[in-house]
Write a protein that binds this ligand. Structure first.
Ligand code: PLP
Length: 392
């Protein structure tokens, strides 16, 4: 049996985090506003510099960042937020949490937004939230241009896109605000955490205050004093702050980001090339302006009936590789029909069809080429077994 790594493993946390962590353990200074120049403050300056944005606000999760970004837009309750149907349940949840209505848009076999459905549905939308699910970038040229034409704001959920670029510009910086995740299965891992970036001083001031910068704690943030003063005491405090320990853990990983991006892309492209040799597998091509930063791979099973797909799941699992087929695992949080909390329901046959054959395997950057080869061998050999009709 080939050696299959535990693909749920994260990258190790660099040892240099230890100095900051032990200092925080000694002085118990975990609250971001307790002292000047906290790890949370430093992380925000460093992350904004990395992304080339004016401002960054570190918070407790990407979901919190999305919620704050949406709340900062000044939309009325019940506003309609257009978003792709292929995403994680936390994304429409952030829209519901903000008292808005998620409007789901079809996604195609390449996991990206169906632009015909988008163009139709944007006519009645008040904002657009693009979730670049699993780091697949939809056609941002069309999306940005249609948002501008409709004069509605655009938020990016870049939870899986840290390091991805579109025409050389960083994903997460293309709209009014971008949100990233520091949950364990992401490029930078603090267990939990997130960050919001923007160039817009007003949006930023509102998000900072609502994140829990009570009284004059906004002074410990980047941003414009006039904007903070304007919103002081006018907004609720949702208390979604990051703590210093998480910030210190992320700061130590920032210098490794480029290496992780390169390695993640190499692992993905190496595995994709091997999988695409099979006529029963399709790893969709990236779009031309996109340079990806993947830490997972998605592929579609082609011309396989339900029994064959069951067998595929069984054989790969027996070989030590658990493959998630989004639409087939019970209660999957990425299958839109399981989001029973939505105020409106949607018939989305294209997305449903894609989810029924789209497979998901994590490929963390730390995997070696041999480990990626073993993963692809398990997949290819399962398919060969099934298609030869000699399944064990
Ligand atoms: C596409 C996507 N967006 C947003 C989130 C939310 O991230 P967080 O867990 O940091 O709230 C997730 C979670 O994995 C996700 O998959």
């Amino acid at each position: 049996m080939v050696n299959i790594p535990n693909v749920k493993d994260a990258e190790p946390i660099p040892e240099k985090a230890l100095a900051d962590i032990s200092r925080l353990m000694n002085n118990g200074d975990l609250f971001r506003y307790n002292s000047e120049g906290s790890p949370a403050e430093k992380l925000e300056v460093e992350f904004a510099r990395t992304m080339g944005t004016r401002y960054a606000l570190a918070v407790s999760s990407c979901s919190a960042a999305l919620f704050l970004a949406l709340k900062s837009l000044d939309l009325p309750n019940g506003a309609r937020v257009l978003m792709p149907a292929f995403t994680f349940a936390a994304v429409p949840s952030s829209v519901v949490h903000a008292n808005f209505i998620p409007v789901l848009c079809e996604c195609g076999d390449d996991y990206r937004i169906d632009l015909n459905d988008f163009s139709e549905k944007i006519k009645k939308a008040d904002a657009v939230l693009i979730s670049h699910m699993r780091g697949h970038t939809s056609d941002m040229d069309v999306i940005i241009s249609e948002c501008k034409q409709a004069k509605i704001p655009l938020i990016e959920d870049a939870a899986h896109s840290l390091g991805t670029t579109w025409h050389g510009n960083k994903i997460g910086t293309l709209g009014d605000a971008g949100c990233f995740s520091f949950q364990s299965y992401k490029m930078l891992n603090a267990g939990e955490g997130g960050i919001f970036v923007t160039d817009n001083a007003e949006l930023f001031a509102k998000a900072v205050i609502m994140s829990g910068a009570y009284e004059h704690n906004w002074m410990k943030h980047q941003g414009e004093h006039a904007s903070f003063k304007k919103w002081q005491n006018k907004l609720p405090l949702y208390n979604m702050r990051i703590n210093n320990l998480s910030a210190a853990i992320i700061r130590a990983q920032l210098p490794e980001l480029n290496k992780r991006i390169e390695k993640g892309r190499h692992n993905h492209d190496f595995t994709a090339e091997r999988l695409n040799r099979s006529p029963w597998i399709c790893v969709p091509e990236k779009l031309r302006p996109e340079t990806r930063a993947p830490d997972s791979i998605q592929f579609n099973l082609i011309d396989m009936n339900s029994g064959e797909i069951d067998l595929f799941e069984k054989i790969t699992s027996l070989s030590g590789l658990n493959i998630q087929i989004f639409g087939r695992t019970k209660n999957n949080a990425r299958a839109f029909w399981n989001w029973k909390f939505l105020p409106e329901t949607f018939e989305l046959p294209k997305t449903r069809k894609m989810l029924m054959t789209a497979c998901d395997v994590r490929l963390p950057p730390k995997l070696s080429q041999d480990e990626c080869r073993n993963i692809s061998d398990v997949i290819l050999s399962a398919i060969m077994t099934i298609k030869k009709g000699v399944a064990a």
